[in-house]
Design a protein around this ligand. Structure first.
Ligand code: ADP
Ligand code: MG
Length: 690
């Protein structure tokens, strides 16, 4: 008897070697294969007469082999098997590449069903490498055939054979995790129907019904987990802190914008609510989030607790430390910097001061939360520019707090589509900063090819002549943790070599510097600081300057090989200019002739709206880029597609929130299976649901 627990290696045709390969796909038992969902489907239902075979898509034809197949050796590594087959209406000439065994399989007079594209070549019909099965024993023709994600050594037919067994023999008693009432309300089919039809749909309508149910289920379980998290957090006690934005505003060198004021009011209200704050401040690049973060740090210090401000890169941490020091030291806030490059005695002294409560605001990278870093009384954690700063990290932070969990404030530039935000930040309250400080002129963005390089360098010279500064950005995989870039990237040497070339040949009379992720942090800091002080005219850099860096005098950014970046990342980069009163430019350089690549880049030239760009990026590149290398700590989605299933996500989320509001801990008997599934889904982040 086959059950969902039957190991795949118990099945005929799956030996230890294949078993290992299947394990690579996460498949150990027959039940596992039910979760291995097809990527796409082939409609192999209808068998066409050769004469009537459609020319624009693959189809099945039934034909008899009319002559013994002929094999020809074209050259080493390439053999062709030619098969002539006939039905009542016509003849088809079939070619198989490198499949010598066909000769053994297909004898004259044997009938097969072939699936593939039937092409008309002159007066003849031809097929190339069709899938085939012997007439009478066909398992995978005459149906809508699932096509699965594969791995080397595992064929689609093997996998389909396994899922067929699972679907035929193991669906009885499959637990139904969605309560009946919910299924009725949202018109969702039963789990058996869904599983059967996602693998072997009777027709495309049944497939759509099955898929809808599975997408809903997946998003529902996920959002139930998030809703529970949010619920628990907001139930968690937070220490009460007082602090008025008006009092803080006196410290700022400018009047805060309306959006900054509102974000600060939201934070002030959270801090004195008695519940732990979990807030996201979303604002496009340049909207002035740093000042809002500073307000939080100021309030914490005023209330005698410590604040940790985390930045994604050392560069940004260093800049923040300087900004915070300048802004808050006059108010008596003691600021210190801790990054990976603070070591030895210096680090010891710093940690001792932190533990003794002699530091009010510690700025740094993730080093802030590494082992051995003990706070005397951590009351507020701020994560800047962390659109990939997920649920798991926030949870880990919560544990660093002493008596009560620390308040948490996450700052992020907008470029994250609303659908994704709902999921990544599903457990947070959100303040949106939809206003730029006054006096900004929008950045003009241009797309140019190699032919404009000389003119472009001329433009650099002109800008520098007017006292401005220029960034030149090159792609590099080296320091990029997030997996934004694809394609071969300019390597490290190329960045430095390019900088030298620019200095020596192109701009011998200008001051050129460079930064990239592999430089020692001291060297990086020196180059950045020199640029900030205006001692460099041109800064050649990799994407280390992607986030946060603030040099208002920089008015021109040139981005080399622009096609290698994601749109949202380009938008982030572009945000480094246009921060002062000067008209600013961003020049995207590409040698790419791909029309889609150029189209993408033109989209960026056309708008400065981060949201719009993010939506476009999601559409073109999928959610992977936003999620990074699973740094968000959220479970991977198997069925749902963020771009396509937005409506269903909303529906599932609302249903989840209603359910969690009614039964926060999923204690009702009818929610038992759901509860189990939520736990399983978040299992990798055990701490979340302990
Ligand atoms: P981001 O939101 O991208 O982090 P920053 O906080 O770095 O933006 O601010 C961008 C620039 O705008 C900085 O030079 C900052 O000093 C300036 N700035 C911020 N708020 C205001 C304001 N209300 N008025 C004028 N300039 C501001
Ligand atoms: Mg910032």
């Amino acid at each position: 008897m086959l059950t969902r627990e039957t190991p795949l290696t118990d099945l005929p045709g799956v030996g230890p070697a294949r078993g290992k390969k299947l394990e690579k796909l996460g498949l150990r038992t027959l039940g596992d294969t039910l979760d291995h969902l097809p990527q796409r489907y082939e409609d192999r239902r209808e068998c066409h007469a050769l004469r009537d075979a459609p020319q624009d898509r693959p189809c099945c034809v039934s034909a008899m082999v009319a002559e013994t197949p002929r094999v020809s050796f074209v050259r080493r590594g390439l053999t062709l098997v030619k098969v002539k087959a006939v039905d009542d209406t016509d003849t088809v000439h079939i070619t198989f590449f490198n499949q010598d065994y066909i000769r053994e399989v297909m004898g004259r007079g044997d009938s097969f069903i072939f699936y593939g594209l039937v092409e008309r070549q002159g007066s003849q019909l031809a097929m190339t490498n069709p899938v085939f099965e012997r007439e009478g024993t066909a398992r995978f023709t005459g149906l809508i055939m699932p096509v699965y994600p594969l791995t080397a050594g595992i064929s689609n037919n093997l996998l389909a054979g396994l899922t067929r067994r699972a679907v035929d023999g193991c669906l009885d008693g499959l637990p139904e995790i969605l309560p009946a009432r919910l299924r009725r309300e949202h018109q969702l089919c039963q789990t058996q129907f869904a599983r059967k039809n996602i693998h072997y749909p009777t027709d495309f309508e049944a497939l759509a019904i099955a898929r809808r149910r599975l997408v809903f289920e997946e998003l529902f379980v996920l959002t139930c987990g998030l809703a529970q998290l949010k619920d628990r957090r907001s139930a968690g006690e937070g220490r009460v802190m007082e602090g008025a934005p008006e009092d803080f505003a006196d410290l700022l060198p400018f009047a805060p914008t309306g959006a900054q004021r509102r974000a600060m009011e939201d934070i002030a209200a959270d801090l004195k609510s008695g519940r732990a704050m979990n807030r996201l401040v979303q604002g496009d690049v340049g909207s002035g989030k740093t000042a809002v973060a500073a307000f939080g740090a100021w309030a914490a210090a005023k209330n005698g607790v410590q604040c940790a401000l985390m930045a994604p890169t050392e560069l940004l941490a260093e800049q923040h430390a300087r900004t915070m020091e300048a802004l808050l030291a006059p108010a008596g806030v003691r600021v210190a910097l801790l990054t990976g490059s603070v070591k030895g005695k210096e680090k010891k002294v710093l940690l001792a001061a932190l533990a003794a409560g002699e530091i009010d605001l510690l700025v740094g990278t993730h080093a802030l939360f590494s082992q051995g870093v003990e706070y005397r009384d951590l009351g507020l954690v701020i994560a800047d520019e962390q659109h990939r700063f997920g649920v798991a990290q926030r949870s880990a932070l919560a544990e660093k707090g002493g008596a009560a969990p620390p308040h948490v404030l996450v700052m992020s530039a907008t470029p994250i589509p609303r659908t994704l935000a709902l999921i990544i930040y599903g457990d947070l309250d959100v303040s949106v900063m939809d206003e730029l400080p006054p006096g900004r002129t929008p950045v003009t963005t241009l797309l140019v090819g190699e032919d404009k390089r000389a003119r472009m360098y001329g433009f650099v010279r002109k800008q520098v002549g007017e006292g401005r500064q220029v960034y030149i950005v090159c792609p590099s995989v080296e320091e990029n943790g997030g997996g934004w870039e694809d394609g071969p990237a300019m390597d490290l040497k190329a960045v430095t070599a390019y900088a030298h070339e620019l200095q020596e040949r192109v701009f011998p009379d200008l001051r050129v510097g460079f930064v990239h992720g592999r430089l020692k942090s001291k060297e990086k800091e020196e180059a950045m600081a020199a640029f900030t002080r205006g001692e460099l005219d041109v800064l050649v850099s990799t994407t280390v300057i992607e986030v946060g860096v603030d040099v208002p005098n920089a008015s021109l950014m040139i981005i080399e090989n622009a096609e290698r970046f994601g749109l949202s990342q380009l938008h982030q980069l572009r945000g480094r200019v246009g921060r002062g009163k000067h008209q600013s430019w961003c020049v995207l350089v590409t040698a790419s002739r791909s029309e889609t690549a150029r189209e993408r880049l033109r989209a960026l030239c056309a708008t400065n709206d981060g949201f719009q760009i993010a939506e476009e990026d999601l559409r073109l590149r999928g959610p992977g880029d936003f999620f990074g290398k699973r740094q968000h700590g959220l479970p991977q989605l198997k069925v749902a597609d963020f771009a396509a299933d937005m409506e269903l996500l909303k529906e599932a989320r609302e249903a989840a929130e209603a359910l969690i509001a009614a039964d926060p801990e999923l204690k009702k008997p009818s929610h038992r299976l759901l509860k189990k599934r939520v736990r399983e889904l978040f299992q990798e982040n055990g701490a979340l649901f302990s």
